[in-house]
Design a protein around this ligand. Structure first.
Ligand code: NAD
Length: 325
């Protein structure tokens, strides 16, 4: 690694990290996690008792990709009133050979693009090849990133969407129109009836989709549940599905599977790391009628993978600053 500390700001990250590059980086780190070459360290998350903020660290080491570091940040609910994003984070990359700080990389855009890459990796590996309709549950900040990336994975012909506040749906309609696809705001039952692929990306604490509404062959990417107590789908959907995740330990504690596991409906042995499908040690989908579900909980290694891409490309393209340590 070159001498000194590289600084890559948010604008540089947005300019250099494409959806394709994020997909490749996240897919590689999921694959390395499944072989044990990459692992995440325990997550720290604390309420500060100041500014209503939640603050924490997500870190890990990918020996295959030579990424070592930490994403530090959290949630400041008062930021929006100051014209700032509520979620704030920064990635610190270290030289795995020396421990020296190698790069400081803005983490806000990267969080959205790496989360979208995770659901896209799951769609690429698990959705039916002939999937035509994509259903979006949730229309917040992440949803547009999710939809844009997902649309690149299959020849989708239509977007359907539901949100508790329908006035937020134009955000998704704009993405559909950008891709030249028809868009329809629908009720949740109708969404299940139409969609071949469903992404859930809400802050819900109760099931929004019920088992009977999901048709055979559907692939679901449940991306919103990343904390104890959150929930987006009926646990019966998980028991009906073949379940995959980024990291099993997180899936059963803070992911969507926490509820099915907590009710004794399934165990951790019923959940497969998506990296095993990427590596070819698990067949993934084995029939047209199978329901597949990806429980995307969000791991630090995803952040490190895309931050590494950002640092490399921003330096190559003259969009980063290097200072002496
Ligand atoms: P946001 O605040 O911009 O949007 C929240 C969305 O959830 C909106 O569609 C809102 O209408 C909906 N919502 C809020 N409360 C709800 C409720 N009680 N029931 C149903 N829907 C509700 O947030 P965002 O940045 O788009 O993030 C969405 C979710 O994704 C959050 O829960 C966030 O923690 C999670 N997230 C997960 C990962 C990951 O790696 N898995 C990464 C980033 C964010």
């Amino acid at each position: 690694m070159a001498e000194g500390l590289l600084i890559v700001n948010e604008a540089a990250c947005e300019a250099v990290v494409t959806r394709g590059a994020a997909f490749a980086a996240v897919e590689s780190t999921f694959a390395a996690m499944a072989t044990g070459e990459a692992w995440n360290f325990p997550v720290v998350r604390e309420a500060l008792g100041h500014a209503d903020a939640l603050y924490g660290f997500k870190s890990g080491f990918d020996r295959a990709g030579m990424a070592l570091g930490v994403k530090s940040g959290g949630y400041w609910p008062g930021n929006a009133a100051k014209g700032l994003t509520n979620h704030q984070s920064t990635v610190f990359l270290f030289d795995p050979d020396t421990g020296q700080l190698a790069a400081l990389v803005g983490g806000n855009y990267l969080t959205a693009i790496r989360t979208a890459a995770a659901s896209s990796v799951s769609i690429a590996h698990l959705a039916r090849p002939d999937a035509k309709v994509i259903g979006m549950v949730g229309a917040g900040h992440q949803s547009a990133f999710q939809l844009r990336a997902a649309l690149e994975q299959r020849d989708f012909e239509k977007v359907v969407a539901w949100n508790p506040h329908p006035d937020m749906l134009p955000r998704l309609q704009a993405v559909a129109e950008e891709a030249g696809l028809p868009f329809e705001g629908v009720e949740r039952e109708e969404l299940g009836a139409q969609a071949d692929v469903i992404i859930t990306i809400t802050s819900a604490f109760e099931p929004l989709l019920m088992r009977d509404w999901i048709k055979p062959g559907t692939h679901l990417a449940c991306m919103g549940t990343d904390t104890k107590g959150k929930q987006e789908v009926d646990p019966a959907i998980l028991t009906a599905a073949t379940v995959f995740t980024d990291e099993v330990a997180q899936s059963i504690t803070i992911g969507e599977a926490q509820h099915a596991v907590g009710h004794g409906l399934m165990g951790e042995g019923d959940i497969t790391p998506i990296g095993a499908v990427i590596n070819g040690t698990h067949p993934g989908r084995t029939s047209e009628a199978e329901i597949t579900l990806f429980d995307g909980t969000g791991v630090g290694l995803q952040d490190l993978a895309v931050a590494q891409v950002a640092a490399k490309l921003a330096e190559e393209q003259g969009k980063a600053q290097r200072i002496a340590l």
